[in-house]
Design a protein around this ligand. Structure first.
Ligand SMILES: Nc1ncnc2c1ncn2[C@@H]1O[C@H](COP(=O)(O)OP(=O)(O)OP(=O)(O)O)[C@@H](O)[C@H]1O
Ligand SMILES: [Mg+2]
Length: 345
């Protein structure tokens, strides 16, 4: 009997196959759903595109890579084209003029999604990209405050909101529409409508990347977004602590179920270092983000330190990557952005 390749060997080979149009591989994109080894090798893929060319190209690429393995039997590739869950009869669609829409999500509240979104946006803008940031946290908007934005946005001739620009980023936030202390009182259907308005009724112009800062949890807002917007992918923010990871896994599962690629996991509040000292104080534990990334086979985008400079910059309305570009946290954020840009191709 020949030494047919093991499942691990096949998975390793598949992890070198890029998804058509991306530099990311099909394993880390999460579309390889099953490998069966018998008289032939059967690979199951699940994709969420109606482009038949993509399915055909994937099938060819997988067959080719498996055929190149020593002693490999013939491969059969089943491509399941799943239309994502829909609420309106129309599936997720792109936002006109925007090349990549990337969500930033966490599951758990307070782990630093908004801080990370703003700083990723600023770092992308520093790389020369046209960037927008939409604060999808309608109940607890923080982006306007974190950007130092106070002005009411104006509308264009077609009644679409013109997002003000701060630190080179076009921003939209409920914080720009509310009086200072008044809470946003929104019920279910209104939440869906507002979310749609923020994405579709804003004149974003021509953008390379639109980042969506999501609220915590996996509620109406997240659901509206995954059902209606064609996302390039999602960046998951978590602290190393198990309670944060539990919620992160719920969020990850929601994105996987709707075939949104997980672009990577970024750990925040990984450690604290007293200035001038070597010791890292791992206040929320250690390793959670990288372990979860390996478990899922998705990139680990790094671990950001707890640094008072982040909070101070935030309170002053400036992203830390601009106010203190040489700080460790800023360098790590910039590195994460460079990685994301390579993955987007
Ligand atoms: N690495 C860090 N170092 C220091 N402070 C940080 C860091 N990351 C976030 N913070 C601070 O922690 C607080 C919570 O961050 P942020 O509002 O970004 O979290 P969030 O996940 O968006 O919260 P919510 O779930 O409420 O939307 C903020 O005061 C922010 O300034
Ligand atoms: Mg937030």
């Amino acid at each position: 009997m020949k030494n047919v390749p093991t499942e691990d060997a096949i998975r390793l080979a598949l992890s070198k196959v890029p998804y058509p149009g991306f530099t990311r591989d099909i394993v880390s994109f999460g579309i390889v759903r099953g490998i069966k080894i018998g008289s032939e090798i059967e690979v199951q893929l699940v994709i969420a595109t109606n482009d038949t060319g993509v399915a055909r190209e994937l099938r060819d690429r997988v067959i080719r890579v498996i055929a190149s393995l020593p002693d490999s039997p013939q491969a059969r590739v089943l491509v399941d084209v799943q239309a994502p869950v829909q609420s309106s009869g129309q599936g997720p669609t792109p936002i006109p003029g925007v090349r990549h829409v990337i969500a930033v999500a966490s599951g758990k509240g307070g782990v630093g999604k908004s801080t990370v979104s703003l700083n990723l946006a600023a770092a992308l803008s520093r790389e020369g990209l046209a960037v927008g940031l939409c604060d999808c946290d309608l109940y607890g908007p923080s982006i306007a405050l974190m950007c130092g934005a106070k002005e009411r946005p104006l509308a264009d001739d077609e009644g679409r909101i013109l997002p003000p620009e701060h630190h080179g980023i076009k921003i939209m936030s409920m914080g720009l529409l509310l009086e200072d202390d008044s809470p946003a009182v929104l019920r279910g259907p209104m939440v869906t409508r507002y979310t749609q308005q923020f994405l579709r009724n804003v004149n974003w112009g021509s953008l390379d990347v639109l980042l969506l800062d999501l609220p915590p949890g996996t509620g109406d807002i997240q659901l509206t977004i995954v059902q209606t917007v064609a996302l390039t992918g999602v960046v998951i923010v978590t602290t190393p602590q198990e309670v944060a990871l539990i919620d992160a896994r719920k969020a990850i599962s929601m994105f996987q179920k709707t075939n949104v690629p997980i672009l990577g996991i970024l750990e925040n509040m990984s450690y604290f270092q007293i200035p001038g000292e070597e010791t890292r104080h791992e206040i929320f534990g250690s390793g959670g983000g990288s372990i979860e990334s390996s478990r899922l086979g998705v990139p680990y985008l790094g671990g950001l330190p707890l640094d008072p400079a982040v909070r101070i910059a935030c309170d002053q309305g400036v992203p830390v990557v601009l106010s203190d570009p040489d700080a460790t946290v800023s360098k790590l954020l910039t590195k994460a952005v460079k990685f994301l840009l390579t993955a987007l191709g």
